[in-house]
Ligand binder design. Structure first.
Ligand code: FSX
Ligand code: SF4
Ligand code: F3S
Length: 427
């Protein structure tokens, strides 16, 4: 089948980027990719065996992990083999990791995950050449390591930024090695192949920017005045970071992003859409007080201030919280505070009621369309759960509204602007 037709077929069925479709189509045509067949045949591949051994996993576990990453990225069928091959064979990208105004929770959440293999995997898929909190060395030695990594990997390294950048008074409120955060950021960004702002602080300012924002804390994109990938969350979900890096490794490009730079595979659905308590919301069963009967019965936390209805994140599907037993903030009984959403997390009072985004009485809801390849689904949650051993909870999501949230929001904005919404657009 000609390449263009194969690409078109994949595109029609999925919401993948051009690069993803092209790579998968190319592999399919060469007969290298046939659903999961290829993944199974990779089990006997010596490169897979060596990688699995290095990671302290069985070959089967390693391949399951690759399948989980491909699924959570919403990649076309068969891309799991491409992911496995990339992790096993490609040169690990050099990563320069900067820390500015933050609590180091981003790094902590990645290295202290419940699953002992996660940090191993992260440290295996990247070459962490500069990281202030993890480096044993100090002073001039680390500065030299950063410069060497930047020179040797010019134009190829990934710059990861954790923490906000203080911009007031010439940026004097955060200095490292005699340089302000602004200077250091600009210097490291100049020759980076990609820039990832990890956590809400580096995405838009996060916690340090709240209230009167005394130090002028800002996000990476607004300081550099160029688009960057943002992985908000305080702290962010390590799976979302790792999946983004694995995408870069596999395809040589970044995953599809929304207008705020967030990878669509992780941030295209409201927390409320996949929440396990959603059936209670729809039925009007709410916890009214912490510890009351409704709270003990697991009712909806909306009236306790849950910001799930205005927060985009995949926490309910990827079960972020990583405390075991399939837990995540709402699953533990605390309202979502909207930590991934600019203007919600750290801005709105925790127990104030949320704005309802795209939520209308059910009679007005669009038809239910499961858009394959967009964001984490129950399927990917189940695979992740199987890999991570956190199966409990994956089956607990009883209510799903799978309309395309961003499109619905765009329509809402268009309506607000007085423009005529296109009635034929599928939402
Ligand atoms: Fe902390 Fe990171 Fe929050 Fe910020 O995560 S967990 S304050 S997003 O930069 O270290
Ligand atoms: Fe879940 Fe919160 Fe939505 Fe209730 S309001 S269904 S607890 S996300
Ligand atoms: Fe944050 Fe809400 Fe998820 S508080 S971790 S976005 S459930």
């Amino acid at each position: 089948m000609p390449l263009a037709i194969e690409i078109a077929n994949i595109k029609n069925a999925k919401h993948s980027t051009e690069t993803e479709c092209r790579l998968v189509a190319d592999l399919r045509i060469k007969g290298k990719l046939m659903a999961n067949q290829d993944l199974i045949s990779l089990e006997t591949d010596h490169r897979v065996e060596e990688t699995a051994e290095r990671l302290g996993m069985s070959r089967r576990e390693f391949l399951q992990f690759c399948a989980a990453i491909a699924t959570s990225l919403g990649l076309p069928q068969g891309a799991d083999a491409a992911v496995a091959e990339a992790i096993a064979t490609k040169k690990r990208p050099s990563v320069i990791w900067l820390h500015f105004q933050e609590c180091t929770g981003c790094t902590e959440s990645m290295l202290r995950a419940e699953h002992p293999t996660l940090e191993k995997l992260i440290l295996d898929v990247i070459s962490l050449d500069y990281h202030e909190t993890l480096f044993a060395a100090a002073g001039h030695q680390v500065e030299a390591a950063r410069k060497t990594a930047m020179e040797e990997n010019k134009g190829k390294y990934i710059l990861v930024v954790e923490g906000a950048i203080p911009t007031k008074d010439g940026g004097i409120y955060c200095k490292i090695g005699g340089k302000t955060a602004i200077e250091l950021l600009k210097e490291c960004a100049a020759d980076a192949a990609a820039i990832i702002a990890i956590g809400s602080c580096s995405s838009w300012g996060g916690m340090p920017s709240t209230g009167i924002n005394p130090t002028g804390s800002s996000g990476v994109a607004s300081v550099l005045k160029r688009p960057v990938v943002t992985i908000p969350g305080c702290p962010p979900n390590p799976y979302n970071f790792m999946s983004t890096v694995v995408h870069f490794l596999t395809f040589g490009s970044l995953p599809a992003l929304d207008q705020l730079g967030r990878p669509k595979f992780a941030y295209s659905r409201l927390v409320h859409e996949n929440c396990e308590r959603r059936a209670h919301f729809d039925a009007g069963r709410f916890a009214m007080d912490f510890g009351d009967e409704g709270h003990r019965k697991g009712y909806c936390l909306y009236k306790l201030g849950c910001k799930g209805p205005e927060t985009y994140a995949n926490c309910p599907t990827v079960m972020f919280g990583d405390a075991g037993g399939g837990t995540w903030p709402v699953g533990c009984g605390h309202p979502c505070i909207g930590c991934t959403e600019q203007g919600v997390g750290f801005e709105k009072p925790i127990h104030a009621m949320a704005k309802m985004k795209n939520i209308e009485p059910s009679v007005f809801l669009p038809r239910i369309v499961e858009e394959k390849g967009v964001g984490s689904s129950l399927g990917s949650a189940a695979v992740l759960a199987a890999v991570a051993g956190a199966a409990a909870g994956a089956g607990a999501m009883v209510a799903k509204n799978l309309g395309l949230s961003h499109k619905a929001e765009e329509l809402e904005q268009a309506k607000n602007k007085g423009q005529k919404a296109n009635e034929t657009t599928e939402v």
